[in-house]
Design a protein around this ligand. Structure first.
Ligand code: AR6
Length: 171
């Protein structure tokens, strides 16, 4: 299991081997963290993403990180579930996002990975439930990734992630 750290900050300024973006099925970029990642990486990212699209919810794929500075080797694109009340398999899909990101990272030899709070913005997933799933899935997945940095963009999300990490014995 990877070591998990929680930080408050901007995903695009993390010094890691790879970052995960919360994408949509087109992989062309969108709002939220995906907008910030595409802006930082440059237009090559959408071009590379479009060649791998469409991507199903719960899945993940990697592209180069192009102009991201600090230099990051890969962007891993994952598509979270849109929250529709919880009865449409959203929890399984969200867990699948975290698992697939680790699998893709492993295939690339990634040792450090920064991940945002997938689905909790535009896609409306309740942040406390999403934090529980993020931590439990990461702690329960066998991987060669040494460190997963959960990057919260607001203090509420940061606190939820830290609470889950403590509750689930992640540190
Ligand atoms: N660094 C870290 N976290 C961020 C950043 C940032 N720079 N900017 C926003 N967040 P969202 P989703 C947080 O909406 O819910 C896009 O249009 C944000 O506060 O980015 O999975 C895609 O193209 C929230 O906690 O992703 C899809 O269409 C978290 O990142 C759709 O939105 C996720 O919010 C995906 O929606």
């Amino acid at each position: 299991m990877p070591a998990i750290e929680v930080v408050l900050g901007d995903l695009t300024t993390q010094h890691v081997d790879a970052i995960v973006t919360a994408a949509n099925e087109s992989l062309l970029g969108g709002g939220g963290v995906d907008r910030a990642v595409h802006a930082a990486a440059g237009p090559e990212l959408a071009a590379a993403g479009s060649r791998l699209a469409p991507l199903d919810p719960g899945d993940a794929v990697a592209t180069p990180a192009f102009r991201l500075d600090p230099p990051v080797r890969h962007v891993i694109h994952t598509v979270g579930p849109v929250w529709e009340g919880g009865g449409y398999g959203e929890a399984d899909l969200l867990a699948s996002c975290y698992r697939r990101c680790l699998e893709v990272a492993d295939a690339l030899g990634v040792r450090s990975l920064a991940v945002p709070a997938i689905s909790t913005g535009v896609y409306g997933y309740p942040p406390a439930d999403a934090a529980r799933i993020a931590v439990s899935t990461l702690l329960g997945t066998r991987t060669g990734v040494d460190v997963v940095r959960l990057v919260a963009f607001d203090e509420g999300t940061r606190d939820l992630l830290e609470t889950e990490l403590a509750a689930q014995g992640g540190r």
